[in-house]
Design a protein around this ligand. Sequence first.
Ligand code: SAH
Length: 207
Amino acid sequence: MEKMVNHQLIPRGIKDERVIDAMSKVPRHLFVPEKVRDRAYDDCALPIGFGQTISQPYMVAVMTELLELKGTEKVLEIGTGSGYQAAVLGELAGKVYSIERIPELTAFARANLDTTGYRNVELKTFDGSVGWTDEAPFDRIIVTAATPEFPQPLIDQMSDDSIGIAPVGTRFSQMLLRIRKDKDKLTESRFTPCVFVPLLGKYGWEE
Ligand code: SAH
């Protein structure tokens, strides 16, 4: 874990001390299936079943840093997967809501979050491309699956002073897009190129 932080995150420019601390704390090996446990801290994404992956540690760090979390925020994640990103968010924010479309993965993530003691993370199985209307608005929204555009319902569910981040592009390659919302004003910026599994749903790609 220390090696992951010192060799993969810090040399590549991750600076936010809180993000570095959080990723030093969350036991990533308890969020991957047993057969890949020995590779949990490797510099890559890993299979978690159902054709899905837990993201590369560096990508988790970059996206988390771009969210500029201070500790009290209400955060929505789309694409729970293993629950690892949700746990990192749980360390850094007030309350985390995370949506996954595959019920078996919601159950996997729930078990992982229970084992590791993250009690401020709520999960549900649903098409996350439409957001979580009952709990909106959110101070931060993070989409951890590739999407053709930033889903409009998610922009609508962002609070007046908020940040949203998503890998936007084609099914095969994307760029991290950050949207800042300041009342009615939206500002977009683009960051690192990346490759995520597709967001499948109403505002993603067809299933
Ligand atoms: N954040 C995860 C990795 C995400 S992989 C982690 O830390 O492990 C992307 C996940 O998004 C997959 O589990 C996939 O099933 C899920 N997904 C794809 N489309 C979705 C949708 N419309 N709503 C919710 N989850 C979706």
